[in-house]
Write a protein of this length. Structure first.
Length: 462
């Protein structure tokens, strides 16, 4: 329990979906924040006699949930949205890598601002960025991204990516856009040591994240896994995203992606992978056995025609699954709250499970507790429980868009994107009435437009 001297915020008269182990819900309840922790919550009014209450919020007409947790993204893509809109993954990468290979620190910072702002104003309280494009002479890209997240006020994991397989080695990125094996490992270790915070209420963490089987060498995967475990941080990469990737792995390594990852040390409870669309029963069993996590990105998978991930089968097997926006060059909306609905609807298109694939509460769990699991932070965030960090969202559900839907969780997931009246991260409010309190949204919009135009000019010059 928080000490009596703690400053308290009391939220009352709201529906609450805790997303705890029992899916506890309150039709009308209260929640008390003490400094950066959830002190108490339950049905009815808050307890009488609370000391140092600095604010009371009458949340009538609202649903309170844990803050949304994004488990896969590429922030830099904010300034290359709307390009290669009719391509599959490999052709899309070939079309865009020459442009991405020309980003610099200012572009990276501005693109991170845009990506973070769009997510945060829509209820994301914990974000991650898988940044793997480090062109020579581009400046401190990792530092710029971390600075943007700190200024926004969101909890953040930087998955420090890398690539060392370029066009000359049979990979997709241009030669000048990749690092050497030694350079990638050294830079990743430096980033972890400089920025990773292992404390309970950490606002910044770092993961080791070579990009994908077709852009990194086997040695980078192996040594990257060894580095992450030596430093005590998590591992992230792309896996089993497309049929072409599976063919690539079989031709180059003589095995499918999951077996290849296992051979390089890349299955385990400290690992999560993005997409995992093309997984057979054996792959899912391997992920379940090792507790390897999955970042499900339904909109991006649809945008690139990658397919429908077997999320219901993964959940049934015990695979940890969270939701991801993915980069905004393959999910131009840049929002995670819409992925709750898209995950539910797209998985119902699977001909095996149909209407029983996912329900509203499972979708909400994917976007909250599931995300905390795959980021290794389920003891701290992802559900509303006493003692956990105060990362939570007040969704307004009494307007025209939702008022006639009786069940608030159904309204949030099945209905239109709900307005965010307030979003708290670590006990600090960062959104009010769907507007950011920490940055000037209009200024961010202008700077992202300017940097997108600058990048386009540089790319056009070759």
């Amino acid at each position: 329990m928080a000490p009596s001297a703690a400053q308290r915020i009391v939220i009352e008269n709201c529906a609450i979906a805790t997303v705890d182990a029992n899916d506890t819900e309150y039709a009308s309840g209260h929640l008390v924040i003490a400094d950066n922790r959830i002190e108490s919550l339950g049905a009815g009014k808050a307890p009488e006699g609370l000391e140092n209450v600095v604010r009371r919020i009458d949340a009538t007409g609202h649903l309170v949930t844990p803050g949304l947790i994004n488990t896969h993204h590429h922030f830099y893509q904010w300034i290359t949205r709307g390009l290669a809109t009719d391509h599959n993954l490999f052709n899309w990468l070939v079309a865009l890598y020459p442009t991405w290979a020309r980003i610099d620190e200012r572009m990276g910072y501005t693109a991170a601002q845009g990506s973070l702002a769009m997510m945060a104003r829509g209820g994301v309280t914990t974000a991650m960025d898988h940044h793997y494009v480090y062109p020579r002479g581009s400046g401190d890209l990792s530092g710029a991204i971390i600075r943007a997240a700190a200024e926004m006020g969101v909890r953040f994991t930087l998955a420090r990516g890398s690539m060392d397989r370029s066009e000359k080695d049979g990979g997709l990125p241009p030669d000048f856009a990749v690092e050497t094996l030694e350079g990638a490992l050294a830079a990743t270790e430096e980033t972890v040591k400089k920025h990773h915070d292992a404390s309970f209420d950490a606002m910044t963490q770092v993961a080791v994240a070579p990009c994908s089987p077709f852009s990194v060498s086997t040695e980078l995967l192996k040594q990257g896994a060894e580095l992450a475990r030596r430093l005590g941080v998590r591992l992230h990469t792309h896996g089993s995203e497309t049929v072409e990737e599976e063919q690539f792995c079989k031709e180059l390594f003589g095995m499918g992606p999951t077996d290849y990852f296992e051979s390089t040390g890349w299955l385990g409870e400290d690992v999560w992978m993005a997409h995992c669309v093309h997984m057979n029963d054996s792959d899912i069993e391997a992920f379940a056995r090792t507790k390897t996590g999955v970042a499900h990105c339904p909109s991006s998978n649809a945008r690139l025609a990658a397919g429908i991930a077997r999320v219901p089968d993964m959940l049934k097997a015990g695979v940890p699954v969270g939701l991801g926006v993915d980069g905004t060059a393959s999910n131009e909306s840049g929002e995670l709250h819409t992925e709750l609905r898209n995950a539910l609807l797209i998985n119902r298109l699977n001909t095996v499970h149909r209407e029983a694939a996912l329900n509203a509460r499972q979708a909400l769990r994917l976007g909250t507790y599931g995300g905390a699991q795959v980021l290794g932070r389920a003891s701290q965030i992802g559900s509303l429980e006493a003692g956990k960090l105060a990362d939570l969202v007040l969704w307004k559900l009494d307007t025209l868009a939702h008022a006639s839907i009786a069940d608030p969780v159904t309204a949030l997931v099945f209905g239109a994107a709900a307005p965010v009246t307030a979003s708290f991260v670590n006990g600090r409010q960062i959104v009010e009435n769907s507007r950011l309190l920490t940055v000037d949204e209009d200024a961010v919009a202008r700077s992202t437009r300017d940097e997108a135009q600058r990048l386009a000019r540089i790319a056009a010059q070759g």
